[in-house]
Write a protein that binds this ligand. Structure first.
Ligand SMILES: Cc1cc2nc3c(=O)[nH]c(=O)nc-3n(C[C@H](O)[C@H](O)[C@H](O)COP(=O)(O)O)c2cc1C
Length: 150
């Protein structure tokens, strides 16, 4: 059985888009290293204001990881939207995928009814999962495109 936890928090990483992206790459690289070790997979959605993250894996590992993340001072007010047991992982190939909200993916947000700003308190975990799966698919398609072009 796989445990899947979805939470949101307030992004307190300072700086403009570029600085934020650099900081986020650092967070993701540490996350990916730890998550490979811990058998955790998932996806991190973020913009200037919010983080929404999906963590999945063995229940004890998910709890440990979430507890560590929740203490991180680069965000605040981490709040669990949903935690449940599932039969399969939604992001089996991603130790931690990540997508910053950008013009490029604006259309995907709009398709999910998320306009100019994302308000996680108005999202439920099902919507978050669907959005993350679409962002993941976009990212995968883009990578394949780049490989072909290269
Ligand atoms: C929004 C956000 C998401 C994070 N996601 C993960 C994660 O999925 N896995 C993880 O191990 N650390 C994650 N971190 C980093 C942890 O808070 C913490 O800094 C890190 O796990 C410490 O790793 P270390 O003990 O190897 O230095 C995240 C941090 C933030 C701010």
């Amino acid at each position: 059985m796989i445990h899947q936890l979805v939470y949101f928090s307030r992004n307190t990483v300072p700086g403009d888009d570029r600085v934020m992206l650099t900081n986020l790459r650092e967070i993701l690289s540490v996350a990916q290293r730890n998550n490979v070790r811990d058998g955790i997979t998932g996806f991190l959605i973020f913009d200037k204001t919010w983080f929404v993250q999906i963590l999945e894996g063995e229940r004890i590992k998910v709890t440990e990881t979430y507890t560590r993340i929740a203490r991180d001072t680069r965000h605040s007010g981490a709040s669990i939207m949903n935690a449940r047991d599932v039969t399969d992982r939604s992001f089996p190939d991603w130790s931690m995928g990540g997508a910053m909200r950008s013009v490029e993916v604006q259309e995907i947000y709009l398709q999910h009814g998320i306009g100019s700003s994302m308000d996680p308190s108005k999202l439920n975990s099902t919507k978050v999962l669907q959005l993350a799966l679409d962002l993941q698919a976009f990212d995968t398609a883009k990578r394949h495109g780049q490989r072909r072009a290269g």
